[in-house]
Ligand binder design. Sequence first.
Ligand code: ADP
Ligand code: GLC
Length: 477
Amino acid sequence: MKKILFATSEAHPLIKTGGLADVAGSLPKALAELGHDIRLILPNYQALTLEDKPRYICTVRVDNREVNILETQLPDSNVLVWLVDYRPFFDHPGNPYVDEHGIPWPNIAERFALFCRIITEVAMNRAYLDWQPDIVHCNDWQTGLAPAFLSLESQPPASVFTIHNLAYQGLFPASSFSQLNLPGQLWHPEALEYHGMLSFIKGGLAFADILTTVSPTYAQEIQTPEFGYGLEGLLSHRHDVLHGILNGIDMDDWNPETDPLIPGHYSAHRLKDKVINKIQLQQQMQLPEDESVPIFGMVCRLVEQKGIDLMLKNLTELVQLPLQFVLLGSGDKSVEYNLQEFSRLYPEKIAVTIGYNEALSHLIEAGSDIFLMPSRFEPCGLNQMYSQRYGTIPIVRKTGGLADTIEDALPESLKNETATGIAFNHPESDALLEAIKRSLVLFDNKPLWRKIQRSAMKKDFSWTNSARQYQALYDTV
Ligand code: ADP
Ligand code: GLC
């Protein structure tokens, strides 16, 4: 049994902007089920959804600031959550990274530097909590300074740093280094300095005892210039301690047999009721009601990573085909605008919802026939796994976790009934279009399509296996 402090900037269902929250809300539960004493730590944002008022536990003083630690529980579990409560930083409307108007917090470096100092105080048992972890498990750049701070302590707990997305590095001008009052010995190209800038993520990459990322393929990709953003050298240098462990999914939250957010419950053996969700989706999105037309769904942050530009390039051609396209997302304003323009031009074919909507994301997973993830890169990706569980066949670009979690429908895999999705290689609109056309041919062959759906729905994406892999790594330090 290990004592684990799991540090994250978001965790579902308390606060979520993307897949990190899904992982931080479900991996700790799986580790607790394996018998570990795991506690989450995250900032006490105003936007947190809490069932009960959190309990005050203590006050810690760092950098001349008094920071409270509050305690609550991760819903549907006995995992304790410690909330870092510093009102001047976190008690504002907005999400962890941007304000309510979508503008990045100007003091984001200060916010997460303070968070990392508190993680360190808790890790060193200096926060009056009477609990010291064996392992501090940090996630993404927002927690990157913690392994660096811990490296300066005597006898610190072991640290693990998980890269969920190397594209976000927490880079700030060199002047931030002194403004944040960071220890001078960390200003070094082998520490936090990155081409004259301060890099939060390097704190994790250079100092954590173990590095992980969220799929085996991405673990390889980030050691190359194409995906490494200049950090490939450091990552290759540390490849002995770098492991790719696939994310799992929360099998209770994403279960088509019981999902409270969808009207029609179904399973691999009772697939016919999936159509109830399709009709509901068409009604809600004001698309013509038609059971037979294939619906292509997409739910994502509208950023370059997700290959939304490939989709935009294809839309004029796609509206000529017998299909409907439903998208939910938010992000890049020009992409939002272009998508909305298309939906105005082709209201019978394209429905676009801009925003963040948990319930609609479940309905799209359940009501669509095909799910689109043409990502340029994808460390793991969760929606292709949710889609398979919902019998909604994913079209993915063969990269990162997408390559690791679907079985492309090729003659061989179709014959031996292992196909669960459709993959294409090059991040080009033509390749995506061809994959879409391939899916239409398969969709028309109903007995074959049912088989692909059943194979997809039977795949085991639970956390059990991956949580054991983390456990095995914890045992090595
Ligand atoms: P990333 O973390 O890069 O955004 P993932 O596929 O790992 O990608 O996870 C994204 C998660 O966020 C999924 O659970 C997805 O359903 C959810 N999501 C993304 N955009 C929205 C949205 N606009 N509304 C609701 N859920 C969303
Ligand atoms: C990141 C990645 C995504 C991954 C998620 C959870 O946001 O973009 O691919 O699934 O983290 O690990």
